[in-house]
Design a protein around this ligand. Sequence first.
Ligand code: XMP
Length: 325
Amino acid sequence: TWTTAAFVEEAIREIRAKVGEKRVLLALSGGVDSSTLAFLMYKAIGEQLTCVFIDQGFMRKLEPERLLKLFKEQFHIPVEYVNARDRFLNALEGVTDPEEKRRRIGHEFIREFEETSRRLGHFDYLAQGTLYPDVIESADTNVDPQTGERVAVKIKSHHNVGGLPKDLRFKLVEPLRKLFKDEVRKVGRSIGLPEEIVQRHPFPGPGLAIRILGEVTAERLNILRDADLIVRQEINQRGLYHDYWQTFAVLLPIKSVGVMGDQRTYAYPIVLRIVTSEDGMTADWARVPYDVLEAISNRIVNEVKGVNRVVYDITSKPPGTIEWE
Ligand code: XMP
C-alpha cells in the first residue's frame, strides 16, 4: 500500500542515486508541486541543491514574502530570490494583446532563468515537479534518443513556453513523476507544508498580468493586488475557500462614473470571478451568497483607491473562460 512516508524515503534514495555529487537547480513557483519538490530535493542532497525564485511582480499581495519566510524559517532551505519586477514590467510596456503578454512573459522568464543559472555556476540537473499526467502527455517530447533520459528543453513549471539554449539543456530529476495531484498534496502535508499551499487554488503562471486587461502598469498592479486580497480575505473568513475552484478579481482598463460622499468619481471597475469546477475544463459561476458579494463590493470600493464599481461575472465555461485573458 502507498504511504507518504514510504514514498518520501524511496524518493530520497532515488534522488541520491541519480544525482550523485552533482549540482541541481530548481525553479520555485510557490505552488504545492514545486514546494514539495524543493523539500524532497533538499532533504536528499542538501547544499547541492539551488532553489531559485524569480519574482516577476505578478504574484498576489504578500505571497512572495510569505513563500520566502516559509522556506527560510520553517524549512531552513536557502532560496535565491531574484527581483525581476522591473524587467517584466518593462517587457509589457504598451502591450495589450493577451497572447503577446503571455509570449513576452514566457520569453523574459526563460532569459531571466538562463542568466540566473549562469550566474550561479554550472548545474547538471534541473529538478522539475512533473506529475504523472504530465509524463503521459509528453511521453516522448523530452527524451534524449541516445540515453533514453528525459532532458529539459523547456521550463515546464511556469509557462510551458520558450526553449532553453542548447548548452543549458539540463538533465531532469523528477521525483514526483509517479504521483497524481492528490498524492502530491498528501506528501506536501506530511512534510509540513501549510494548508494554504497544499490546498491552494490554481493560479496561472503569468499571474496578475493576465488579470489586468489592457496594459499592465505598476499602478494597476497595486490596485488589483489590493482588490484581490479583499476577495480572498472575505472568502477565507467565512470558511468558503474550499467551496470554490477559484476566486479572484480582474481589473478592466476603462473608467466609469460614480459618487463618493459628495464627490464625483471616475475610476476603474473590478470584476469578481468566482467559479466552481471539477477540473478547470468546464466551470460554472458560483452562486455566492448576496451578503458575501455585498461585503466584498463595499470593501473594495471603500478601501481600494482607483476603483469605484464592482461587477460579478455570471458566465459559465463554456462559452466564457475562467480567466479573462
Ligand atoms: P481558462 O481561463 O482557460 O483557464 O478557463 C483554465 C485554468 O487554467 C488556468 N490558466 C493558466 N495556467 N498559465 C497557467 O499556468 C496560463 O497561462 C493560464 N491561463 C489559464 C486558469 O487559472 C484556470 O485554472
